[in-house]
Design a protein around this ligand. Structure first.
Ligand code: ADP
Ligand code: MG
Length: 722
């Protein structure tokens, strides 16, 4: 039999299960590896603590003179946890997390060593960042970048088999101040949104307005596959998804996996993950099976967007590292297996502050409803004006397999509000609030606005951007990507819309209108101009695709190749520049990097397709043909005629596959592109279909030749053996 596959199955069958850890109390685990505010309070002088707390809670500028004191306390705490190293953690534009480790060790003149950690190295680091993509920024400016401590995201201890490291979340910028990372724009976008929200809240008459921040709760989907299988699949190993593989007889058609009992091995894994997350202060809250066999979800409780983003990156790291310990591989790819559901990351997003609360909560009083409608309207306007940008923020080679695949939201960005809110905005558009609305809603008369029932009704799973009661849920985000980009986009478009609302209200008020009239006029203009983006129907349907584009003027950017060039459009450049989130140079660098990543990802996959077809599948098929033809001839000499149809069929599939692989290989040699846009289109519309051609014939062969000769673990094995 096929030694690699048989061995893999044997290994799994004979493995000794990881014993579950003895459960520990949440109180003893919670944030035990985090340098929390309460730990700082214990070990820092009162004045230092007060100053630091102010920076963390209000975004006030960090007083660098306290850095030495904080560094000393942080080092003592880290040493007590067994850390010998510290690392500035930063988030380059690759969706990855990067760390540069340095020892606390300092050698003295007499040869002895002490542990040292000064304020200077806490606040600023100098990684040799030259190997991180910078989209041309540093070639035009300075060669080096530096990292700077983000005080608003807590330091923590990361423990691995190789020891413990004090990790300090940082921004990564060039010496001339350009953002080379995903955190810097997020902090800037939050600040822009805060300013704009302040304007609107002031106009509404609030005088006590705490800083407005955005919140994020991300639901992470992932697959678990036994490491024995992954190690014998070059595609899973290098590209994170299967490039070949016929569907198993059983897929997800029985709907028996979703919310089913979690397999024991997976449960032990999940407990291990959660224990580590709790230690790191990450509030893991729900876990369950997902729709596809082998697919699961984990969702922490929401936190401030910046902290949630850092925690999301950590969560992905913990998921992957822990899987290894358990003999599993955690696949975060958006579409690891053809024919069953892919993985997404629903980004739940709201904005609010300590004085006015959640600004996307409809609340119970007419006054807060007015406020809610303005903020909700701002989101609607944002998605309408910048839907293509939202699409670009989730545009990756891997997410292209999922969007619009009739299981994930379409690539067309629309907003789902629910029938109750739809109705309210319709009435606003009609110029007055009349009559009583649907159940649970009360008309309070012209000039004031209705009270909503809290649960805004049905959930529409086909919408990429849905209002879900007190937040929006961006569902088109890919499972492997950082949530920073989507959050930057949402906060920036919201800032723009809130500024527009403030401008409009100011000009209405200047004309002598009262506040209610100014609000209603503003909302009416807003919904008349931007209501086309609101859609409550079936987002998967062909009618919607047609209607969205032809009647509503929404753009259907099918692939990342179509979507990424949006980053170059003048209104997008203006948006980011005006609000101080990304300069034109920074934005241009992002286009360059994301485009390059798209091209590289597809090139790697295409090369794998060629090599697996030639060196794995071709030899197996040839071996089978040779066995078969030898058997047929020997039968014939014994007077038994079996017919050679199967021989011809398999030889036909094999020569078609080989021809397709050769064509793909030859096509990959093309490198003379006039523009990067042309190369993107070439990858999306020429390379990818050629890869599909090879796969079609290869998957056909998998269904024809002897199972024991097939070189790669099958879908059935990978999805069902654990
Ligand atoms: P679902 O029905 O979509 O699975 P969950 O109750 O699991 O909903 O919540 C999904 C995520 O939304 C969780 O991370 C949760 O903490 C988060 N969430 C809840 N309320 C808010 C809010 N106001 N702002 C941001 N995220 C929120
Ligand atoms: Mg959800």
């Amino acid at each position: 039999g096929n030694s690699v596959r048989t061995q893999a199955v044997q290994n799994i069958t004979n493995r000794r299960p990881m014993p579950p850890k003895a459960p520990q109390s949440l109180a003893s685990l919670w944030a035990s590896d985090v340098f929390t505010l309460s730990k700082m309070k214990e070990c820092l002088p009162k004045e230092v603590f007060k100053s630091l707390k102010k920076t963390i809670e209000t975004g006030a500028e960090l007083d660098v003179s306290i850095a030495d004191v904080v560094a000393l306390a942080m080092k003592d705490w880290a040493l007590s946890k067994g850390a010998l190293y510290y690392a500035h953690v930063f988030y380059p534009l690759t969706n990855a997390t990067a760390e540069k480790h340095d020892g606390f060790i300092s050698v003295q003149s007499d040869g002895s060593v002490i542990s040292e950690f000064s304020g200077k190295v806490l606040v600023q680091g100098e990684p040799d960042g030259s190997s991180f993509p910078n989209g041309g920024i540093r070639s035009t400016f300075e060669a080096r970048g530096y990292t700077a401590w983000d005080v608003t995201s807590p330091a923590y201890i990361m423990t691995t088999d190789n020891g413990a490291t004090l990790c300090i979340p940082t921004v990564f910028i060039s010496w001339t101040g350009e953002a080379l990372d995903k955190k810097t724009p997020l902090l800037r976008a939050n600040a822009a949104m805060n300013n704009a929200a302040h304007r609107v809240l002031s106009l509404l008459g609030h005088t006590d307005i705490a800083p407005v921040n955005s919140s994020c709760g991300a639901e992470q989907e992932y697959f678990l596959v036994d490491a024995n299988f992954v190690n014998s699949r070059p595609d899973l190993l290098l590209a994170g998804r299967t490039l070949f593989g016929a569907s198993a007889a059983k897929g997800q058609q029985f709907d028996d996996h979703y919310f089913g009992a979690i397999p024991e091995r997976v449960q032990v894994y999940m407990q291990d993950v959660e224990e580590q997350l709790y230690r790191l202060g990450i509030p893991a809250k729900t876990r369950h099976n997902e729709v596809a066999p082998g697919q699961f979800e984990i969702a922490p409780f929401f936190e401030s967007a910046n902290v949630a983003t850092d925690h999301q990156q950590l969560l992905m790291t913990v998921l992957k590292n822990t899987a290894k310990k358990h003999g599993l591989v955690c696949l975060l790819h958006e579409k690891p297996f053809k024919g069953i559901n892919g993985s997404g990351k629903h980004v739940n997003w709201s904005v609010g502050n300590a004085t006015q609360g959640n600004l996307l909560d409809p609340g119970h009083t007419p006054h807060s409803n007015t406020q809610f409608l303005l903020f909700c309207g701002a989101v609607i306007r944002g998605v309408h004006k910048f839907g293509p940008l939202l699409r670009a923020a989730i545009a990756t080679a891997s997410n292209d397999h999922r969007l619009g695949a009739n299981e994930a939201p379409p690539a067309i960005m629309s907003v789902y509000l629910g029938s109750q809110l739809d109705n309210v905005f319709e009435q606003i558009s009609n110029g007055e609030i009349t009559g009583s609305l649907s159940a649970g809603v009360m008309n309070l008369g012209i000039g004031t606005l209705p009270v909503f029932s809290k649960d805004a009704g049905d959930r529409n799973r086909t919408s990429p951007f849905a209002f879900t009661g007190n937040r929006f849920e961006f569902r088109a985000v890919g499972s492997s990507q950082s949530v920073a980009g989507p959050l930057v986009t949402m906060n920036t478009m919201l800032a723009d819309s809130l500024n527009w609302i403030a401008d409009s209200m100011e000009s209405e008020l200047a004309k002598g209108d009262d506040l209610d009239t100014a609000i209603l006029k503003t909302l009416k203009t807003l919904i008349d101009e931007h209501g086309a983006v609101v859609f409550g129907g079936n987002g998967y349907s062909a009618e919607w695709h047609k209607m969205a584009v032809e009647e509503r003027g929404l753009r259907n950017l099918r692939t990342a190749a179509d979507a990424l060039p949006v980053l170059k459009e003048p209104d997008v450049r203006e948006l980011f520049e005006k609000l101080g989130v990304l300069s034109p140079v920074e934005l241009a660098s992002r286009f360059e990097i994301y485009a390059e990543q798209y091209i590289l990802a597809i090139e790697v996959e295409a090369k794998l397709v060629v090599s697996m077809a030639k060196t794995g599948i071709y030899p197996a098929a040839v071996k089978y043909l040779s066995d078969l033809s030898a058997t047929l001839s020997s039968l014939k000499t014994n007077g038994v005629e079996l017919g050679n149809e199967r021989l011809i069929l398999i030889a036909g599939l094999l020569s078609s596959m080989t021809a397709a692989a050769d064509t793909l290989n030859a096509t990959l040699a093309k490198h003379d592109f006039a523009t990067i846009e042309e190369q993107l289109q070439f990858c999306a519309n020429t390379i990818r279909p050629l890869m599909d051609d090879v796969r079609r014939f290869a998957d056909g062969l998998e269904g024809e030749i002897a199972d024991e000769l097939w070189p790669y673990p099958t879908y059935q094995e990978m999805l069902f053996i654990k």
